[in-house]
Design a protein around this ligand. Structure first.
Ligand code: SAH
Length: 394
């Protein structure tokens, strides 16, 4: 079907036969048709048996497989994949909810669309390509969203300036593929948010903490809460709605603190329980004393690559050690890692070491992960990235 082909080395086809969507460059024995970055290529084993087809790219992951059956990757293909992703969000009760209009529609490999992220905020879809192939297909992808979601989506914002491989030098600019700015506010479990998809991090909001925030709300009553790495303040408003005594939000970015303050005003105008500080986490934790009995630690990914894993684990240990040292007796710690390369066991070990260092009695109350609109492809364990622990500290 496609003239560009990749033939795998003998014995290097096992992972593709198990439907893992990444073909590493080292597994490829021979390329035919001189594929360029972003091209569709067919994948064969060394006996010339068809294995699948996907986007070619330069780098250690050389092909992101889109299909393991012989079929064209065309408009009908994208529509089918988006329909399947949307159907799952309908099953989850997210697509037509009165209280939540903010969810992930496409979670890359988790939705069999490697290299693509789409988050929905009310009537706007924010689309992010992580591969040149998805970038080249962006107009067809936008069309597929419109076909599947009809007029519930009015605007599609494409935001790939920082996520595309920079070596491809596409000079991609962010912008609307259809529609324009929306007055719609994002809603999550009945709480309102301004989402700045133009300037904000990721697609503008961390959609993946929705259920963990809801859990926090249940523990907030009467507590003094520290929301460390607050970004847009997500955990803070849930704590406020859960009757926290006071809520302090901290982030090193002053833009994040502005967003947090705006969102607090939106939900709890004039509420004096909340204060926000633009400060470095480690400095704040060193200086803060022992006034908090509910602490959230949701740092950015400390490890983006395997080779910095050791340093990242040290980072998690040090950060959590500070919280264990200072949290009040009977306190509850919500601690997270969103680094894909840090496994659940690694993270638990780092937190365990931090707890042991403090000498306090610590119970694990909950083990948290990403919500169901960030599904994990069973053949691609790497799509599981968010890990969290809720700890009771005596
Ligand atoms: N908890 C947030 C998401 C956190 S993202 C939510 O629920 O939406 C990580 C945040 O950590 C970013 O906003 C980033 O600005 C902030 N950050 C990064 N390094 C920091 C540091 N050293 N001290 C404080 N904040 C930091």
């Amino acid at each position: 079907m496609y003239s560009k082909k990749a033939y795998l080395r003998s014995g290097k086809d096992e992972s593709a036969r198990r439907y893992h969507p990444w073909i590493f460059s080292g597994a490829i024995g021979r390329l035919e048709g001189n594929p360029e970055e972003g091209d569709l290529v067919e994948v064969y084993d060394c006996q010339k048996n068809y294995l699948g087809a996907g986007h070619y790219q330069i780098g250690s992951i050389a092909i992101r497989v889109l299909t393991f059956t012989e079929e064209a990757i065309d408009k009908a293909f994208w529509k089918k994949r988006f329909q399947s992703a949307y159907d799952v969000r309908c099953v989850l009760g997210l697509a037509h909810s009165d209280t939540t209009n903010t969810y992930r529609l496409v979670h890359g490999e988790g939705d069999c669309l490697p290299g693509l992220i789409v988050d929905i905020y009310g009537d706007t879809a924010v689309m992010q390509a992580h591969s040149v192939g998805m970038h080249l297909a962006r107009k067809d992808l936008a069309e597929a969203i419109c076909v599947v979601m009809g007029d519930t989506i009015k605007n599609i914002y494409y935001k790939s300036e920082t996520t595309l491989p920079f070596k491809a030098d596409l000079q991609q600019e962010n912008g609307y593929l259809c529609g324009g700015p929306s007055a719609d506010l994002a809603l999550e479990n009945g709480l309102k948010f301004h989402v700045d998809w133009l300037k904000g991090q990721k697609t503008g909001f961390f959609v993946d903490q929705r259920e963990n925030r809801a859990l926090l709300e249940k523990y907030a009553a009467g507590r003094s809460v520290l929301n460390m790495f607050c970004y847009t303040g997500g955990f803070s408003f849930y704590a406020m709605r859960g009757d926290a005594k006071l809520v302090h939000s901290v982030d090193s970015s002053s833009k994040a603190i502005d967003l947090t303050n705006q969102n607090v005003q939106l939900n709890f105008p004039g509420d004096k329980r909340h204060e926000a500080y633009a400060e470095d986490a480690f400095k704040f934790l060193d200086a803060m004393g022992d006034r908090y009995d509910l602490i959230i630690l949701d740092p950015p990914a400390f490890a983006k690559h395997r080779n910095v894993l050791r340093n990242a684990l040290q980072g998690y240990r040090k950060l959590n050690a500070k919280a264990f040292e200072k949290i009040r007796p009977g306190g509850i710690l919500f601690t997270f890692s969103c680094s894909q390369v840090v496994s659940k066991d690694d993270f638990r070990l780092a937190v365990f070491s931090a707890a042991a260092q403090s000498g306090r009695t610590v119970r694990i109350l909950h083990q948290l992960t990403q919500p169901a609109d960030h599904p994990i492809n069973i053949y691609h364990p790497e799509s599981e990235y968010l890990k969290g622990l809720v700890l009771f500290v005596e």
